[in-house]
Ligand binder design. Structure first.
Ligand code: BGC
Length: 821
């Protein structure tokens, strides 16, 4: 660990020793990034900061959208890219570097990693999430969390839970059956919590089965704290808390950012009314106090101990991780690695101006960024004989740029054209889901022209999540580099030249086309309720069950080496097998174990990943690999008994290097905790994974009844997204929505980046205004705003004005009570 750390014992200040209003006030933040301090009680604030792939430490008032300035820091590859390494140990090293930088910058809780399941490839934040598989996501997250916390900084895995779309992100309801919830959407969190013991966790914006995550008793009290033994602090997403009294009751400790003191008064009133007991309030406030104690020895002003050498070292760590994450998707006629002294033409705006991270709260002010063009030019064993921009980054058709690229190729006669293409800044962002899975047409058109030159084409593909690659067969090689952080370009060159043998494997399936995605007809949902009809048949679980051809399967990745799998043996504790590097070069493969219950009466996908291991092998070396079974290997959640069970019987085991390439197979008989189950025929289409055709009755059989769907009946409430006001009868409300939408479109056109502010407001319900304005807007004023949206302009306006004065004077009084000034 860099710098010194003297942790003292926790629980120094006891919640029960504080007054009612003092402890109630601890449940809301005091500013954009701080918890509330109670000076006279010796309770300092602690500082939180994004984020998952670099520290975004803002000074001044700050914002949660990555808009304002932040201090320079190392930008590591994003989670979606790190996942392609399948290397929890590397995630740990990244966590250590992140933790050290956080301390250096005065951050005591780092808001990451993001471990939501990638339910659909179009979710705008997929680049921030590890995988479509809970085992992989959970184990990588555990590595990162351990690394961060080894530096005395708390980690905050997010967003708990079932948060899969950005549209209406603060006003949507994920309707999901209990088995899918437990086995698919919660397992990554469960692994992270049990293995790495994070000090905090962030609840999500959405509701889960009709209850907001930050007040969800089932998620927080019963599962997180009760079953998993989480002993840390539950922090709401920014503006994501709804009813603070409910949150206090269920043990969700802290709403962020700054709800003002009205929240504290509501909690006190809640105690008086008996909605929350003082013991429950004490428990929630104690979680905040414990976090203060756990982080007391890292300083909000920053330790400032990192030297220039440390920063260079972190750049190298970012480069090393990026090397392991690059996935070789295609390599015909040994186009890669590039031959010594090869003549190259480099094409693509993204080669000169790197795209290396996503937009939104995770955006880091990288203190150095390498680009592909200069990194290739710097190589003495390559000749870059030309460069052309090739396309307009914002997607405009530019025949002149295409012509210039083709001319450059024709006049310089290179051996290879390296084309750097991918998704632009607007495509992948918090607050926004993609509308299709293609890369911009202008780039595809340019690529087609390059292909027509007849030269060898190597594509370097930049994107934080899966894209359609219809051009695959037209080019010689594709190296997928994800969003690879500030040193990503150096790592890309290491792999292109063969200094490093590619070993990344996809952590999500790349379907042939978007229409193949199991929930493509149902995403993102524009209304409040998003019914997770597909159950856990998501990603490869769906494609492998339905035998649907995909472009690149889950777990796929080529290498400059070739590998052979042999000698599988199985015992009660795990599987053992041999991996051999059958080539002349050193390389690494990712061995994966999948299971399937042979004749099960419990509904399951045809393949479920249950273990994996990166194996590094010298030329012609063989290694024996062991993957142990664990608590997760054969279990399922039995809804009738509300408990985890293992069904007795024969299980099929599959070992290989992607879900569709498992040369080793065996059958293993498991004793189990319950007898083989009879099939529930009411599940109909689910039995074949045919989730696009499930009927309402079949979904209800899975869900355990009819879901409770929302019917707004034309009346707007405090929890309806502002975007829904477009159908309001109030001209003022419609004007607000039209204005924001126009502003967002215009800004996007002007800057090439999404207008996160307008998007945030459009996706936000009025209720959140009272949670994010440091007391300027009270919940009562929100009622006035809602009145206006419901066409009661004068009533609403006078209510707002009257409440404004009441709130200001109540705030003054409460402040006195908690500061004792
Ligand atoms: C995001 C979180 C982030 C928080 C603070 C929210 O809008 O959803 O992931 O940590 O802002 O920036």
């Amino acid at each position: 660990m860099q710098g010194s750390l003297h942790r003292e014992g926790i629980n120094m200040v006891k919640a029960e020793d504080l007054t009612l209003i003092e402890k109630a006030s601890l449940l809301s933040g005091q500013s954009e990034w701080e918890s509330r301090e109670l000076k006279h009680r010796n309770v300092p604030a602690f500082v939180m900061s994004d984020g998952p792939n670099g520290v975004r430490r803002q000074t001044g008032s700050g914002d949660h959208l990555g808009l304002g300035e932040s201090k320079p820091a190392t930008c590591f590859p994003t989670a979606g890219t790190v996942a392609n390494s399948w290397d929890p140990q590397e995630a740990r090293v990244m966590g250590e570097a992140l933790g050290a930088e956080a301390r250096d910058l005065g951050v005591q809780v780092l808001l990451g990693p993001g471990i939501n399941m990638k339910r659909n490839p179009l979710c705008g934040r997929n680049f921030e999430y590890y995988s479509e598989d809970p085992q992989l996501a959970g184990r990588l997250a555990a590595g990162l969390i351990e690394g961060i916390q080894s530096q005395g900084v708390g980690a905050c895995p997010k967003h708990f839970a079932v948060n899969s779309q950005e549209l209406r992100r603060q006003a949507s309801n994920s309707i999901v059956d209990e088995r899918t919830l437990r086995e698919y959407y919660l397992t990554a969190f469960e692994i992270a919590v049990k293995e790495a013991k994070p000090w905090t966790i962030m609840s999500s914006y959405n509701m889960v089965n009709g209850v907001y995550a930050h007040e969800n008793e089932h998620l927080i009290t019963e599962i997180l704290k009760g079953e998993w033994g989480f002993d840390g602090l539950v922090i709401s997403d920014w503006g994501g808390s709804n009813d603070i009294v409910e949150s206090a009751r269920v043990g969700a400790g802290l709403e962020m950012p700054a709800a003002g003191l009205a929240s504290a008064r509501q909690v006190v009133q809640g105690v008086k009314d008996g909605r929350v007991t003082e013991a429950e309030l004490n428990a929630s406030a104690q979680d905040v106090l414990n976090t203060v104690e756990r982080t007391r020895n890292t300083h909000p002003t920053g330790d400032g101990f990192l030297t220039e050498d440390d920063k260079i070292r972190n750049h190298e760590i970012a480069r090393r991780i990026a090397r392991k994450t690059a996935v070789l998707l295609r390599n015909e006629k040994n186009a890669l690695p590039l031959k010594k002294n090869a003549k190259l033409v480099v094409v693509g705006d993204m080669a000169a101006t790197a795209r290396y991270q996503g937009s939104g709260s995770s955006k880091v002010n990288a203190y150095r960024v390498d680009n592909l063009l200069d990194s290739l030019k710097a190589r003495e064993d390559l000749q870059v004989v030309g460069y052309a921009q090739g396309y307009d980054r914002q997607g405009a058709e530019r025949a002149d740029l295409v012509k210039e690229a083709v001319n450059t190729v024709n006049t310089t006669n290179p051996d290879v054209v390296v084309a750097c293409i991918g998704l632009d800044e607007r495509s992948e962002s918090e607050g926004l889901d993609r509308s299709h899975m293609r890369i911009p047409q202008a780039q595809l058109d340019m690529l087609a022209e390059l292909v027509d030159t007849g030269k060898q084409i190597v594509v370097v593909l930049v994107a934080g999540s899966a894209v359609e690659v219809d051009f695959a067969d037209d080019v010689d090689a594709i190296l997928y580099v994800g969003l690879s952080g500030q040193a990503g370009a150096l790592a890309t060159v290491d792999v292109l030249t063969g200094d490093v043998n590619p070993s990344g494997h996809l952590a999500e399936t790349w379907p042939v086309r978007y229409e193949d995605v199991p929930n493509s007809g149902n995403f993102p949902v524009e209304e409040r309720d998003s019914v997770y009809r597909e159950g856990s048949f998501v990603g490869y679980r769906y494609y492998s069950t339905r035998n649907i051809p995909v472009r690149y399967p889950f777990g796929y990745g080529l290498s400059y080496s070739t590998f052979e799998y042999s000698a599988l043996s199985v015992d009660d504790e795990g599987v053992t097998f041999t991996v051999t590097n059958t080539s002349d070069v050193l390389g690494a493969d990712v061995a994966q174990l999948y299971v399937h219950a042979a004749h099960s009466g419990v509904l399951r996908a045809a393949r479920e990943l249950k273990g994996f291991q990166r194996v590094e092998l010298d030329a012609h070396e063989s290694k024996q690999v062991r993957i142990a079974f664990d608590d997760y290997t054969f279990r399922h959640f039995d809804v009738d008994s509300q408990s985890w069970q293992v069904e007795a019987g024969a299980w099929e085991l599959f070992v290989g290097n992607n879900v569709n390439n498992t040369p080793l197979q065996a059958t293993h008989v498991v004793q189990g905790t319950m007898e083989p189950q009879p099939r529930n025929e009411a599940l109909g289409h689910y039995w074949d994974g045919d989730v696009k055709n499930v009927t309402d009755a079949e979904f209800e059989a899975l869900y355990g009844g009819k879901p409770d769907l929302y019917d707004p009946q034309g009346v707007f409430g405090a929890n309806d997204a502002l975007s829904s006001w477009s159908s309001s009868r109030s001209a003022v409300a419609r004007f607000v929505v039209n204005h924001l939408t126009k502003q967002s479109d215009k800004a996007m056109e002007r800057t090439g980046s999404p207008d996160l502010n307008s998007l945030f407001v459009l996706n936000m319900p009025p209720r959140a205004m009272a949670k994010m304005t440091a007391g300027a807007v009270s919940p009562e004023m929100v009622d006035g705003i809602v009145d206006i949206a419901n066409k009661h302009f004068w009533r609403g306006t006078s209510h707002i004005i009257a409440e404004y004065f009441c709130n200001a004077s109540a705030n003054k009084k409460t402040l006195k009570e908690i500061t004792h000034d």
